[in-house]
Design a protein around this ligand. Sequence first.
Ligand code: NAD
Length: 460
Amino acid sequence: MSSADASTFDLVILGGGSGGYACAFRAAELGLRVALIEKDKLGGTCLHRGCIPTKALLHAAEVADSAREGAKFGVHTTLESIDMAGVHAYKDGVIARLYKGLQGLATSHQVEFIEGEGRLTSPTEVTVGERTVTGSKVVLATGSYAKSIPGLTVGGRVMTSDEALSLDHVPERVVVLGGGVIGVEFASVFASFGAQVTVLEALPRLVPAEDEAISKQLERSFKKRKITVKTGTRIAGATDGDHAVTLDIEGGDPLEADLLLVAVGRGPVTDGLGYDEVGVAMDRGFVTTNERLETSVPGVYAVGDIVPGLQLAHRGFAQGIFVAEEIAGLQPAAINESGIPRVTYCEPEIASVGLTEQQAREIHGDAVETYDYNLGGNGKSQILGTQGFIKLVRTKDGPVLGVHMVGARMGEQIGEAQLIVGWEALPDDVAPLIHAHPTQNEALGEAHLALAGKPLHAHG
Ligand code: NAD
């Protein structure tokens, strides 16, 4: 094979995270010759700096809570200490096993993995160092980075999730800037590990993208867990001194912390990669696409966190698979973004899919009906000792448009909820389906029974 052939592919993908590798594997399955270019490690943010490591920390946090609270269940345990080296060994072991599996999949799919920083130089070319890799089609999948705010420099005690993931100790006082998904997950971990935690959120409520009732319940639960929540709060600046970082709170007293975690959102990684020069249309750094995920440059596609919308790994996977099938000529159905499930793994967990009550009312006005099923009536939730609810949003006599859940382990309930919303089920369609007893899943069944006018363990 000549060197030109060795660098000529049907598909060249820039970025080996969830979106990029899903696209690569599916395209290879469909018989395309694929090159996957990655400057760091296959698996990207999700595997190495995001979903997987944070959920491992959250599991360690749950174990810490169980040890601390054993006596509640008549089991006398105490939490002696958190050994961060041990926590990291466990977390890194999980990552290492998944990483090995992923590398094996790249090999078995015969995807050409090219290590290095790629740069788009034409609609069909990406350069990596001295090498030019050519593809009939190109997919941009360069992901996102943790943002900060103007005037706040990351370093020392001021960290983003990237640095906070490998702390060698549990700080005494933690301030989390931003009460979105990353903010509440880390707040939850640090509180379980024994830190004093304060969350500062600029908007009037935690997790502002969720249904308002969920935010209220989370704030109540965090208060019980002694996590301080200050909403409607902004900082004017922060100084990292000898012993602590001091935050100037707009209109309030300064606050000292041993760690300031900045969790104010993630920005797209699109700067300096040649996208502009090749004419790829962008909006505030994000790559805009049509519903087939093709950019303004024909033959160049984009997937994952660089495409405006929910920055979630499973959206990236779905988009990657879609683009592979599109390029292979399978004409896949466009992705329905409104059906993408969302899970936030703080304690208590939040899981939601579809429209919030407010969004539904903006579309359907008074035709919207809601029902809250309190987990107080659910046997398994009582056994676990958790509080929370399932809120259903529907149009009167119409389908379920949104399911919003909060409570320990509720993330595991998202599967059925997304089928209900995705298939536009009526409460009456769900009501006759028997849910196993005693499970938390039963609460979903009961909520639909109640909405169908047949409450069993609920006040209709
Ligand atoms: P986010 O957008 O979810 O939350 C950022 C929060 O910071 C918002 O509530 C915002 O109002 C607040 N904020 C912004 N500027 C502020 C300021 N100056 N002072 C105080 N508050 C301020 O972003 P994130 O939590 O950083 O997460 C980034 C992305 O990663 C999100 O899209 C999220 O969905 C994704 N993610 C998902 C999961 C999951 O699915 N479990 C986990 C982690 C991250």
